[in-house]
Write a protein that binds this ligand. Structure first.
Ligand code: SAM
Length: 666
């Protein structure tokens, strides 16, 4: 029997001892190439809960033997769970989770933060380049600032052994465990938070068409984990009603004073009470506070009587089938809609043609490109002007437009409901967060919620805009924008936001896996290149801009005046130029290596090796760049044809449409 098989045997026994319910006739936990996965032993129907894990056997900051220390320390992020796991591992057979912990991968997950520098160089030019350099520093800081002080405070709890190798709490071990938390933990509930959930964490990931999902009751008491009414809710209720009470009293005191009541007099009377009377009154007051009126409790939403709802609540974490499953199939969970850069950073793997992939374009490139194209246009209109004068005019023309966009961005491009939080928490800025110690939300796997709000959403490029492109060479728009908040870039960049992306490229905008620019960027480009009159209307009232974009998105390419075609041609030129500029970052020794060559090179290395994954990331992004260059290049050509031919050529051409279209189609 292999070492992995032995581990599996111990693990399965541990599941039984800990009352994890699963149908052994229906499921099999198998080891394939050193890694575990869950397989169907028979056909099964959708909605079946195939595994039920009692919450008392999950490993969380509340269930660990050092929960009191962690409670007191009140650490943020993934560190407390990492310390809890290290502590439990150090207890060996004494830990209630011994059988579970012994089956975790010994070396943790091989995340890119552990790669050698020359291996990290494989990411040069890709979205991963910055992410891979930040994470280890973050972990070092966490360890030094959060973990080490605790280890020192409780030397009798955390036995560090006699040397580094013996030390169960060394930095080396901490980062390994952090990778396991990053790749396995689930956001369980308000009490346990991010935790290791045995058995649930054996299901591997599938990007689409997963068969199972994680289900549990999140809304529990955050002090004790109770599903039902508990003393903490009761105390909370009292506290709140006390506050309300004292607010009311304060209010009535004020009223009393205002009305000239003799409030003091009343207290004087109370002071006159005999001891017995005082006790009686105290008791009455105590009863009043300790046993609030039931009607009041019910009005506050406390549910004493309706047991139906309570019965539905479960104190288990369940793995529930999303679809019918066939005998022999591996049963996959999904860890979320992650691009390859997130999958590789948090789970140590990635795959081809990931539809969540994206390529970002820095704001600075966009500013430069808009200025360059605006200068080109102005040169034609200012033949006698020097280059300097033209550049100055371009800055003056561009600046108020950029400012208008920044000021009105939320109105013009609102995030779909519920996406805001995700956007802030994801890989927008090149994964600058601590991937291995996150406590963010998730899709089932709650420890790792790197959804991506950008790039994956496309737009179908409506073909219309009833507006002219007439940049005013004299810079007629200047001064119409709101100049309060944004500074001019001395290099001629227009008031970039202060939200600098990694590597000083400014805030990123995204190209999705189909090679389409996100709507926000298309909106910005329209603002940059619509005619002077149109922009003046935008500046007058943002509603005018909203109507413009709505019309643009609704017209579906039916209305094609010369002016519209001119605006679009310029915009598509900018898009193509931006892609070409971004493409330069993927050059190796000054050359663009064809994707085919990357694929051949990948065939020479072991599947799932570091180089294999780095090349997979690279190939995915290069495909996006190629698609985008082709797409916008074709559009430039189409929109460069004489206007008379336009209707035919534009309407006949079938364009790729991103699956999830946002409202605006530009
Ligand atoms: C939650 S665990 C899944 C169980 C894991 N296979 C085991 O042996 O314990 C997540 C890890 O499994 C591996 N994994 C999951 N899905 C995968 C996939 N589709 N391709 C490659 N590796 C995968 C990765 O190493 C990932 O970090």
């Amino acid at each position: 029997m292999s070492a992995q098989q032995k581990k599996l045997e111990v693990l399965l026994k541990w599941f039984d001892e800990n009352k994890i319910e699963w149908d052994k006739e229906a499921l099999e936990v198998k080891e394939v190439n050193g890694s575990f996965g869950v397989y169907a032993k028979k056909n099964m129907k959708k909605d079946k809960a195939v595994v039920k894990i009692p919450k008392n056997c999950i490993l969380s900051i509340k269930t660990t033997g050092i929960s009191n220390i962690l409670d007191e320390a009140n650490l943020e992020g993934g560190c407390p769970l990492a310390l809890a796991v290290l502590y439990e591992i150090a207890q060996k057979e004494q830990s209630p989770w011994y059988g579970y912990l012994q089956a975790l991968p010994d070396q943790g997950e091989d995340l890119p933060i552990f790669w050698e520098e020359d291996e990290k160089d494989l990411f040069n030019g890709t979205e991963m380049e910055n992410a891979v350099r930040n994470d280890l520093n973050d972990l070092e800081d966490d360890y030094a600032e959060l973990i080490e002080p605790l280890l020192e405070d409780y030397p009798y709890i955390f036995d560090r052994g006699t040397n580094e190798d013996d030390d169960p709490y060394s930095f080396d071990k901490f980062i390994k465990i952090s990778t396991l938390i990053s790749s396995r933990a689930f956001e369980v509930d308000a009490f346990h938070e991010n935790a290791l959930v045995p058995f649930a964490d054996i299901f591997n990931h599938k990007g689409e068409g997963e068969q199972v999902h994680f289900e549990t009751e999140f809304e529990v008491c955050d002090s004790c984990g109770a599903l039902e009414y508990c003393e903490h809710q009761y105390l909370d209720f009292l506290e709140n009603s006390d506050e309300e009470h004292s607010d009311e009293e304060e209010h009535s005191d004020e009223e009393g004073e205002e009305q000239g009541d003799n409030v003091e007099g009343e207290w004087e009377d109370a002071e006159d009470l005999s001891e017995g009377e005082e006790d009686e009154m105290d008791e009455e007051m105590a009863l009043d506070t300790e046993l609030p009126d039931l009607e009041e409790l019910e009005a506050a939403g406390v549910n004493f009587w309706d047991t139906e709802e309570e019965e539905d609540k479960k104190d288990t974490c369940d793995m529930v089938l999303d679809r019918d499953v066939k005998k022999g199939e591996e049963i996959f969970n999904t860890y979320g809609d992650h691009p390859n850069i997130a999958l590789l950073s948090k789970y140590g793997f990635c795959y081809d043609d990931n539809k969540n992939d994206y390529v970002s374009i820095g704001e600075d490139s966009i500013v430069d490109c808009c200025l360059a194209i605006t200068s080109e246009i102005l040169k034609g209109k200012m033949p006698k002007a020097s280059n300097e004068e033209v550049e100055k005019a371009a800055v003056e023309l561009t600046r108020p437009r950029w400012e208008f966009f920044l000021k009105n961005e939320k109105t013009l491009c609102p995030s779909p409901e519920g996406e805001q939080e995700e956007e802030e928490d994801d890989f927008d800025n090149g994964c600058q967060e601590d991937c291995c110690a996150s406590d963010d939300e998730g899709h089932g796997h709650g420890g790792h919620g790197h959804g991506h709000g950008h790039g994956k959403e496309g737009h179908s490029h409506g073909e219309d805009a009833d507006e002219e492109l007439e940049h005013d060479a004299e810079g007629g728009c200047c001064g119409s924008g709101d100049e309060e908040e944004h500074e001019h870039d001395p290099e001629g960049g227009c008031c970039g936001s202060d939200d600098e992306g990694e590597g000083g490229k400014g805030r990123p905008y995204f190209i999705n896996s189909e090679g389409l620019f996100e709507d926000k960027l298309m909106c910005l480009l329209h603002i940059m290149f619509v005619g002077e009159e149109t922009f003046a209307k935008f500046a007058e009232d943002v509603e005018n801009a909203l109507s413009y974009f709505e019309e643009l998105s609704n017209s579906q390419g039916e209305n094609k005046t010369k002016a519209v075609v001119d605006v679009k041609r310029v915009i598509y030129q900018v898009c193509r130029a931006l892609c070409e500029f971004r493409r330069l970052e993927y050059l190796e020794d000054g050359e663009w290596k064809p994707i085919k060559q990357d694929i051949e090179e990948r065939k020479k290395v072991a599947d799932n090796s570091r180089k294999y994954y780095a090349l997979t990331c690279r190939i995915g992004e290069k495909k996006i760049i190629e698609k985008a260059i082709k797409y916008y290049g074709d559009l430039v050509e189409e929109y460069s044809a004489p206007v008379a031919d336009k209707k035919k050529s534009v309407t006949n051409k079938k364009k790729p449409v991103a699956k999830k279209n946002k409202k605006q189609k530009l």
